[in-house]
Write a protein that binds this ligand. Sequence first.
Ligand code: NAP
Ligand code: GDD
Length: 324
Amino acid sequence: MGKKAFITGITGQDGSYLTEHLLDLGYEVYGFARRNSVTEHQQTRIENLMNNVDLTYGDMLDQSSIDKLLKRVNPDEIYNLAAQSHVRISFDVPQFTVQTNALGVLNLLESVKINAPNAKIYQASSSEMFGNSRDADNMQRETTPMHPVSPYGCAKLFSYSLIRNYRKAFKLFASNGILFNHESPRRGANFVTTKIIKNAVLISKGKINTLELGNLDSKRDWGHSKDYVRAMRLILNHTEPDDFVISTGETKSIRDLCKIVFSKLNLNYEDHVKINPKYVRPDELSYLCGDCSKSKKILGWKPKYSFEELVDEMLEYFLEKYKD
Ligand code: NAP
Ligand code: GDD
């Protein structure tokens, strides 16, 4: 019998790719879905997998739902991907963000301690935890100080610390993946990559004329979600629990991304992109570029997708979607 994996956040971008990856490797996959008034919306990303996963209603804020699942399944591996994952929105709903992204992780760890102490736990930590901190070589790595600049980043830093604390204090196999931005055609519509690529395609088809954005000068290290979910499994299958940066080591500004995407569609971004202060954040993380040497050396992980291939895949997806 294959290993049993419990994925929180299975309905999200990473949850859907991780499910496919683990099913391919022969895992049994269990997941939580939250109740949504339009049920179909909940399952869009995993529609094709519904016959192969065990999906139950659950919420990181409802400890009883976590307890029930862990008692019933006793998983070998737990991937905690559930989060309010939008940084800008964490300024609008800071309490919900902190409850889910921080206290939700505490709920999970307390439940694991009692109900499944031998399960290995992966925590979806984030490069947003670094804030505007970087090393002398302009990169962030496992040892770079963390000074988050958003409620989202603060909550993720709490959880990151808790994972390390429970690892040491209670000898849980609990690991952090410190993942830099990763995207795909399944990325939510209000993250900047999807927002730019989808709307540039609509502009190229004459359906709209303008794209409103916030800060064009921040820089991000963008990879592909498919590569990053492979890293999650490698992290949990390493001999000991530890913390790992997953990144590409390349960085580009939002302006660069606009230029590249619009020019692929034979457009000039300056004719269409307008700044709307509504999308500028109260505080901003201005620069990310991750050094993943540790993961390369210890896990043997490296990304397969280039930035160009990522952009092309997302472009092709939206060109096909809006072809008529
Ligand atoms: P996503 O697409 O927004 O997925 C988040 C998932 O969490 C969704 O399934 C969502 O369910 C679920 N969720 C939200 N609140 C919940 C709650 N209270 N209880 C149970 N489930 C809840 O995010 P993603 O891009 O896949 O990212 C996965 C994880 O990695 C997140 O923790 C994110 O913070 C972290 N991360 C992402 C990146 C990145 O660049 N993508 C980088 C570093 C870290 P609904 O469908 O009901 O909303
Ligand atoms: N979303 C958005 N919308 N971002 C914009 C816009 C806009 O209209 N205009 C400019 N930006 C800038 C943001 O200010 C930010 O500097 C950058 O684009 C990237 O924004 P997002 O795509 O929303 O991602 P993020 O970097 O804030 O957060 C993502 O990456 C984190 C890892 O570093 C999310 O996936 C987080 O969950 C993840 O932890």
